[in-house]
Ligand binder design. Sequence first.
Ligand SMILES: *Cc1c(COP(=O)(O)O)cnc(C)c1O
Length: 360
Amino acid sequence: MIEYENLRAANAPFMNELRDAFARVLDSGWFILGKSVQAFESEFASYIGSRHCIGTANGLDALTMSLKALNFAPGDEVIVPSNTYIATILSIVQSGLQPVLVEPDPRTYNIDPSRIGDAITPRTRAVMIVHLYGKACDMDPILAVCRARGLRLIEDCAQSHGATYKGRMTGTFGDYAAFSFYPTKNLGALGDAGAVTTDDDALALAIRRLRNYGSDVKYYNEVVGYNSRLDEVQAAFLSVKLKKMDEITAHKRALAGLYLAGIKGEFVLPAVDPAFFDVYHIFNIRHPRRDELKKYLLEKGIKTDIHYPVPPHRQNAMKGIITGEYPIAAEIHATTLSLPISLATTEDEVRTVIDALNAF
Ligand SMILES: *Cc1c(COP(=O)(O)O)cnc(C)c1O
């Protein structure tokens, strides 16, 4: 059986260092906002190339607090891709703001910059982009429209750790960038974890406050905050894995290279463009008979996944919040299939998957 994801195997190369990290935190007797969080925040900020990193409890909170810190009025609008994981949109709704969906470029699956202008209204305050599957968005036209129309920019980097656009890291373009370190993400903790990066000192301070009950000094509360801190133990694990980030990325890119060269026939493969350094959080193909293909692969002992089966605008949770049809997002959701590409996936396994696909 070829697994889609096996987190025990994916963490096995780091097992001894993770055990040591756990022992150090246990011995320290300090579990919230201590030296491990500080160390990881500064390591991750320098990895991304941002001035500040603020650890949070998860990626959804990182997105939500980024919006909260920008102090928009209730009902203000935030532009967001129709083709994303629902967390991106939930952060807007949870903040009392109105999501306005924009269709993707069907070649890259990311927000189509040429459609952003038409979605702007007098109430639009921000654009929240997603570097989906580990490919950066087309940033030049996005930055141009944000600058021209005076909109804030927030990047959802939950799938793009280490991905670049024209040599520049995702997570350095926006006023804020939100990261998730959910266990399956390219940089994955051993539980929930997230972070916000920013270059702006005041915006960084606002997130530090919000994540810790709105407080700068213990028991003095300046704003209505959250409890959304990165745990010491998760920070210690993340420091171990951040050192291996380049290895993790190289492995995924090597597997992606095999898929791209080997898969023939009626499949739509991910776009490759020299200006984009893709990190393949997900390696997706598209096929008109996706469900049949998934079943066929499983019969051959190959597990796959679907990211995602239901587009956000068709989710029950979005009834009365999102109206309108988003046919490009719907078509992608109906035809996409994610192939195994974890750190634990081997080149031989990828060759087996390629042979099975080419015989479909
Ligand atoms: C994983 C993910 C999130 C949410 O991160 P959590 O840490 O699970 O809260 C947000 N946006 C995207 C695109 C994601 O893939």
